[in-house]
Structures are given as structure tokens and as C-alpha cells.
Design a protein around this ligand. Structure first.
Ligand code: FEO
Length: 407
């Protein structure tokens, strides 16, 4: 692969990671993911922005691309670590051995992490918001953006070119043959948007309040290009991804989209027996409903769907006096990401006794969900259960439409 020139003196050097592993050890990447690093060459000094984890030959790939620019790791004067997560720092130890004289620039909060992860204390210089480094005709200006994604995270801006190196922020899952937004094919766009939303829900959603604060800070910068560490570079319309992220962050406290995520589990078909009734009642009102069977479908996709939906249907049987374990896991994932203020209904079967609802109620309270009704029944659902489920589903749609008015 070849490096991509953003502007003269600034290049992306990057690696493609396939679908073999889980991202963060949790999230499937069926379309892979890109690890982007950037080289900024001034007339006096050269800086490298973020590293790649040594994953599927990524370091060799980046080193080869540097060589095609007439550079090597030993040419680097400054290494900027916007974020310490190992997908961006995993090769730090190796790089420091190759280049013991380069200066590592990171936030004060990142300094102990550099030591904890890699045992490195020399070469490290803390920077804070507003600090700058002159490379000769190109300046690196640092802006702390805590919790996008870890507390130590910052972004780096080159004012002469308006290029923002945003690390995890404005990133996406997926591999793309083209580097820039104005080069993407329709097929690439069709992948990019859902993979941006799934990346956001899986990786960033929990920190949405910080995303909104970070975006406010960017208003002071004349951003002409957004260069994240995952996904594509936004050069034609950088505001598109910034506004998309703003909207995704706003989903946290709702309202999100006027859609319903229908998440269900069933042991012997008695909980599943109510699905057609509820699904039909929702679709009769013209509302989009996304179906997710748990545990058949990975939590990654369920979370992404719940994140964008203003309404949730949770179908789950009782299992040993408590919630069905795979759904317990899903609800824990939703709770960690703060999928707040949703309109909700629940249904489910039990055998000899109930119990799932008792454990479900605290989740409803924690996430400030408005639960419009529950249909629980012993064994198979009766006609009365079906009629009640239909009534609650209609109420759910009405509530979602009301809360989404204006969106
Ligand atoms: Fe791509 Fe939070 O690391």
C-alpha cells in the first residue's frame, strides 16, 4: 500500500487489519478496521502522529510506507501520542529502541500510562491545551479532549493546513480502498455510515457527553480536514462527520431516531410466540423495527441498533428466577453505554415462577426508561396476553412518535 498525501508535507501511513480478531477483544470487525498514523514534515523537524499496534504485520507495513517517503522511524523528531490505547501505541517499545532520541509528546495524564504500559520514562514530554511545537512552516497545536476515548486523550491540529488529527473521534470500523471522502464509491459509503455508527456505539458511546464538549472546543478551530486514526480522511466535507458524531452523541439521552429495536430471547418458543403479534402491531403504524435475536446476534450489533432507536422491545423469559443470562449481558452492555431515556415494553414466558421482571426493573430505573407495559405469562401466551401485547405495542409506537416530533 502507498501513503496518502493530505497536503504537501502531511501523509497518512496506515495498516489494514482483517476480520480475524475482535476489536478490543470484544467487538467483531467483519469488514476489518484501519489503523491510521500520520507524518507531518516541517522544514526543520518531522513528527509522527499516533502509532499502530503490531497487528497482522502493521508495523512493517507502516515502515515500508515511510521508506517510500524517504523516511524511517529513526527520522522522527517528535512522536505525538494523542491516546494511549494499545491499538495506537502497541509498537511504542519497539519504536523507542529504534529511535531513542525522539521526543514523545502526550498529555500529563498519559505520562504514567506510557510508563505503566511500556516502562518508558525517558523521552516523554507532557503537553497541555494550547501548547505548540514548531516543525518549521508547520505547527502542531494540542487540544486536550478527555474521554474521547480515554481520560488522557488529546487531538493535534496543524493550523497552517487546517488538519485535525482526532485519533478515535470521528473514526469508523471497516476498510476502504480510498482514503478521502470525495473519493469513496457508493459501496464504500454504504459500508462507511453503518460502520461509523457501530464503531461509535461500541467504542465511544459511553463518553457521549465528552464528545459534545470536544465538538464545542473544535468550534474555535478552522478545521479543513479531519484525519482520524480509524476509517477515512474527511477533506471535502469535514463538518459532515463532526455533525454526524454530534447527532450520535445526542442519542445518549434521546430522543434518537423514530425507530424500534426489538431484542428477544426464547428458550422453547413460548416467549417467541408473542413476536408476530408485537411486530405486526408496530409495523401497522409504519414504524421501522430492527429485529435482534439474542444470543444468536452479537451484542455489538444490538447495541448499535438500540443506540439509534428511541423505542425498545425486550422479549426475555425467566431463567432460574432471574433474567435470561444472554439478555442480562445485553442489558449490562446497554447500561454501560448509558442508552438512556428510551420508550420500552417487555414480554416473556416463565415456567414454574417469574423473576425476570424483578431483576429488569432496576435496569429500567437506572437508564430512566419509560416502560409502557409488561406481558408476562406462564407457559404459552393466551389470547388475552396477545391482546394486551398488541395494545402496549401500539402505545409504544405512539410514545416514540411523540418524543421524536421535530427529529
Ligand atoms: Fe482506537 Fe481508544 O483506541
Amino acid at each position: 500500500m502507498k501513503p496518502n498525501q493530505l497536503v504537501p508535507g502531511i501523509h497518512r501511513v496506515y495498516a489494514r487489519i482483517g476480520s480475524r480478531d475482535l476489536f478490543e477483544g470484544i467487538w467483531p470487525i467483519e469488514h476489518g478496521v484501519l489503523l491510521n498514523s500520520y507524518v507531518v514534515q516541517g522544514s526543520q523537524k518531522t513528527a509522527f502522529i499516533d502509532l499502530v499496534k503490531d497487528w497482522e504485520g502493521a508495523v512493517d507495513e507502516v515502515e515500508g510506507q515511510l521508506a517510500s517517503l524517504g523516511l524511517s522511524f529513526s527520522s522522527i523528531d517528535y512522536l505525538v501520542l494523542n491516546h494511549m490505547e494499545p491499538d495506537h501505541t502497541g509498537s511504542l517499545g519497539e519504536l523507542c529502541r529504534k529511535n531513542p532520541s525522539m521526543k514523545i509528546l502526550c498529555t500529563k495524564k498519559a505520562v504514567p500510562l506510557v510508563k505503566a504500559f511500556y516502562g518508558i520514562t525517558e523521552q516523554v514530554q507532557a503537553v497541555t491545551s494550547g501548547d505548540s511545537i514548531d516543525l518549521g512552516g508547520k505547527t502542531l497545536v494540542f487540544e486536550e479532549t478527555p474521554n474521547i476515548h480515554w481520560p488522557e486523550t488529546m487531538m493535534t491540529f496543524v493550523p497552517e493546513d487546517g488538519v485535525l488529527f482526532s485519533c478515535d473521534a470521528f473514526g469508523s470500523f471497516g476498510q476502504y480502498d480510498h482514503c478521502f471522502d470525495d473519493e469513496l464509491t457508493k459501496e464504500e459509503w454504504d459500508l462507511l455510515i453503518p460502520e461509523t455508527e457501530r464503531y461509535y456505539a461500541n467504542i465511544v458511546s459511553s463518553f457521549s457527553q465528552f464528545v459534545l464538549r470536544g465538538i464545542q472546543k473544535l468550534a474555535n478551530l478552522e478545521v479543513k480536514m479531519v484525519a482520524p486514526s480509524h476509517g477515512i480522511v474527511w477533506r471535502k466535507d469535514p463538518n459532515r462527520i463532526i455533525q454526524h458524531y454530534k447527532r450520535l452523541a445526542e442519542y445518549m439521552n434521546g430522543p434518537a431516531e423514530p425507530e424500534i429495536a426489538f431484542v428477544w430471547s426464547s428458550m422453547y418458543g413460548n416467549t417467541a410466540a408473542l413476536i408476530p403479534t408485537i411486530k405486526q402491531a408496530i409495523e401497522e403504524e409504519g414504524m421501522i423495527v430492527h429485529m435482534h435475536e439474542v444470543p444468536a446476534e452479537h451484542a455489538s450489533y444490538v447495541l448499535a441498533s438500540a443506540w439509534r432507536s428511541s423505542g425498545l422491545v425486550i422479549g426475555m423469559p425467566t431463567y432460574e428466577y432471574r433474567m435470561f443470562p444472554p439478555m442480562y449481558h445485553i442489558l449490562d452492555v446497554l447500561e454501560r453505554s448509558h442508552v438512556n431515556n428510551r420508550k420500552v415494553m417487555r414480554f416473556g414466558s416463565f415456567g414454574w415462577s417469574g423473576g425476570a421482571q424483578k431483576q429488569f426493573d432496576p435496569v429500567v430505573n437506572t437508564l430512566k426508561w419509560d416502560c409502557l407495559g409488561t406481558v408476562e405469562y406462564q407457559g404459552a401466551p393466551s389470547d388475552a396476553d396477545k391482546a394486551q401485547a398488541r395494545e402496549i405495542a401500539k402505545l409504544l409506537v405512539k410514545s416514540v412518535k411523540e418524543v421524536c416530533t421535530g427529529y
